[in-house]
Design a binder for this molecule. Structure first.
Ligand code: NI
Length: 178
């Protein structure tokens, strides 16, 4: 069905439970190293081939603090805003809103299952971009959700750790019947 040489870590793989390492391999503090660039290319490839709206490096077996947010409307998320994919290196959460909203999430690393997950509706984040430049962004709604989902992968969590109860889990087949 899909076609990528890159292996995706799935539930049960210890890398998904590990704290990812900070990226330090900037050349002169400005340009990403070849290795970093290769990692990001692989992440982009998997995300595109698997039709994801985000991905984190541990999902392709690389325990480093790198995530991509690539929201666009698609079959799974018709309401998703269209943005240019953003690579975030060493992301940090500065502030989160106390107001939360529940929404459906899926994950390349948790095949066949979706979760109805409560997330902050607004989050202020800091990160280093692919040029090595520090950035500070305010994310809302679905973008905040994607960020928080991917950020969780960097601290060893998946959406399964975030659902209030097992009653908020559903198989994709059952969801499709609704
Ligand atoms: Ni995920």
């Amino acid at each position: 069905m899909y076609n990528s040489k890159v292996d995706v870590a799935e539930l049960g793989n210890p890398i998904l439970q590990a704290q990812a390492q900070k990226v330090v391999s900037f050349v002169g503090g400005r340009r990403e190293s070849e290795e970093l660039q290769h990692t990001i290319e692989q992440m982009r490839e998997v995300m595109q081939v698997r039709n994801g709206v985000g991905i984190a490096a541990p999902q392709i077996g690389i325990s480093q603090q790198i995530l991509i947010i690539a929201s666009r409307p698609n079959e799974r998320y018709p309401e998703a805003p269209l943005i240019e994919p953003v690579v975030m290196i060493n992301p940090v959460i500065n502030t989160v809103s106390s107001y939360t909203e529940k929404g459906w999430e899926g994950c390349l690393s948790v095949p066949g299952i979706r979760g109805f997950v409560s997330r902050a509706v607004q989050v202020n984040v800091g990160f280093v971009d692919i040029n090595g430049t520090p950035q500070c962004w305010e994310l809302e709604g679905f973008l905040a959700r994607i960020f928080l989902h991917e950020y969780d992968h960097l601290i060893g969590l998946t959406f399964l750790d975030r659902v209030d109860s097992v009653a908020d889990l559903i198989s994709e087949n059952e969801l499709a019947k609704r």
